[in-house]
Design a protein around this ligand. Structure first.
Ligand SMILES: Cc1cc2nc3c(=O)[nH]c(=O)nc-3n(C[C@H](O)[C@H](O)[C@H](O)COP(=O)(O)O)c2cc1C
Length: 393
């Protein structure tokens, strides 16, 4: 079973979505986990502990000062024995308490004491979700390594339509499995990932762009976070963001990306350049909207960010991508040497299922020691293989 031998504590707080946590507990139990449930005082207004006790087979904890237990100090022993804590639903109140170090009930005290991963499944009214207070608290928590499973968009219990619905129990369950079964072999590492296609302005309304969606970069960022890394995600304007906590730095042009990479890479152990920075930029950007019948653009070469970083990287590892349409290996090997990279992930963007916008890729990984040609696979699976190969460098 997927979670045999694992202990998972489910925190339930005071929101309408609390009833959905019964399904989560059931899924965890069926997967073989030892499941403990902690309910806040306010959660008891929405759900009864008995349901969770029947589903988990363990006594549900509702009171910090309940002495009818057989163990020592409850919150500390649970903090130590749990492999993961999930709070579903997570109220704005609980996120706020956790961010500020307030430990005034069993759940908040245990969460503060644990060194295990914490996954929050926020559920709240859109106004609360987008409030300055919640946004700041969520940022603090994400920076401390607390994991989030984003809430969805839809009809909320308060009658509003918008973002704030708790993620579906099966999705929370899958995320828990992914975290618990992750190798955690990037713990303590900082990985900088660049992603998406940059834009080079022609005039105030137009730009030169490319087809990169950022999906490969997002998959690498997500895999690195799942394996314990801190990720700095330098993303072009339209690049998709990974559904995990990362430090996002948004950039528009290749020049902006260069600046962000050179600055932020000082904190990184590994730089993975999955972005497609525009190679050329207009010589001159028009101040006003161009209205002439004919438009001739004169372009100049943009800086080569990878090559520049390669010159100063020192002990840091550099992984580059090489989108090719011919002579894949030959061109990729030449780039590996010229840019002083440690690995190149080459793909023929014309191959079916490879390249831009799609969720799959066909890649060849080339390092100084070896060449690995891979079959068609999901970008998520490829991301994990790239990380495995980085460990071998
Ligand atoms: C009917 C009802 C629904 C609520 N739903 C939510 C919710 O979805 N998210 C939230 O953050 N707070 C919600 N609240 C407010 C919380 O219950 C309140 O902030 C409480 O103090 C949370 O306590 P706890 O975090 O200790 O469980 C709701 C309150 C009521 C009366």
């Amino acid at each position: 079973m997927r979670l045999s031998g694992k202990t998972v504590t489910v925190g339930v707080t005071g929101g309408i979505a609390a009833y959905k946590s019964c399904e989560l507990v059931s899924l965890l139990k069926k997967a073989g986990a030892d499941v403990h449930v902690v309910l806040t005082e306010h959660a008891l207004n929405f759900v009864a502990p008995l349901s969770f006790e029947a589903l988990s087979g363990n006594r549900a904890i509702t009171d910090m000062f309940d002495r009818a237990h057989d163990w020592k100090i409850g919150h500390i022993s649970l903090a130590k024995k749990s492999d993961l804590f999930v709070v579903a639903p997570c109220t704005a109140n609980l996120a706020g308490k956790l961010a500020c170090g307030i430990a005034d009930d069993f759940l908040s005290t245990t969460l503060m004491a644990t060194k295990s991963p914490i996954l929050l499944a926020p559920a709240m009214n859109t106004g609360m979700l987008t409030s300055a207070a919640y946004t700041a608290n969520a940022k603090i928590l994400a920076e401390r390594g607390v994991l989030f499973i984003e809430s969805g968009v839809g009809r909320l219990a308060c009658g509003d339509d918008g973002k704030g619905r708790m993620a579906e129990p099966k999705d929370i369950f899958e995320r828990i499995c992914a975290v618990l079964n992750s190798k955690n072999d990037f713990c303590g590492k900082t990985v900088l990932v660049t992603s998406g296609g940059t834009r080079e302005p022609i005039d105030p309304v137009r730009y030169i762009g490319n087809r990169s969606s950022g999906k490969m970069g997002a998959a690498i960022a997500a895999a690195a976070v799942m394996r314990g890394a801190k990720v700095i995600y330098v993303a072009a304007t339209d690049a998709v963001a990974p559904n995990v906590p990362v430090d996002i730095v948004r950039v528009e042009t290749t020049a902006d990306m260069r600046k962000a990479v050179l600055e932020k890479s000082e904190q990184a152990d590994i730089v993975i350049k999955a972005a497609a920075p525009a190679d050329y930029t207009p010589q001159k950007v028009s101040d006003g909207k161009i209205k002439s019948d004919e438009l001739k653009l004169s372009l100049k070469k943009n800086p080569d960010i990878a090559a520049e970083f390669g010159k100063v990287k020192g002990n840091r590892k550099l992984v580059i991508f090489s989108a090719e349409t011919e002579k894949l290996e030959e061109n990729a090997k030449e780039k590996l040497a010229r840019k002083n990279a440690d690995m190149v992930v080459a793909n023929n963007v014309l191959a079916p299922g490879a390249g831009f916008s799609v969720d799959t890729n066909v890649a060849t990984i080339i390092t100084k020691k070896k060449t690995v040609s891979l079959e068609l696979m999901s970008k998520a699976a490829l991301a994990d293989i790239i990380l495995d190969e980085i460990k071998e460098l």
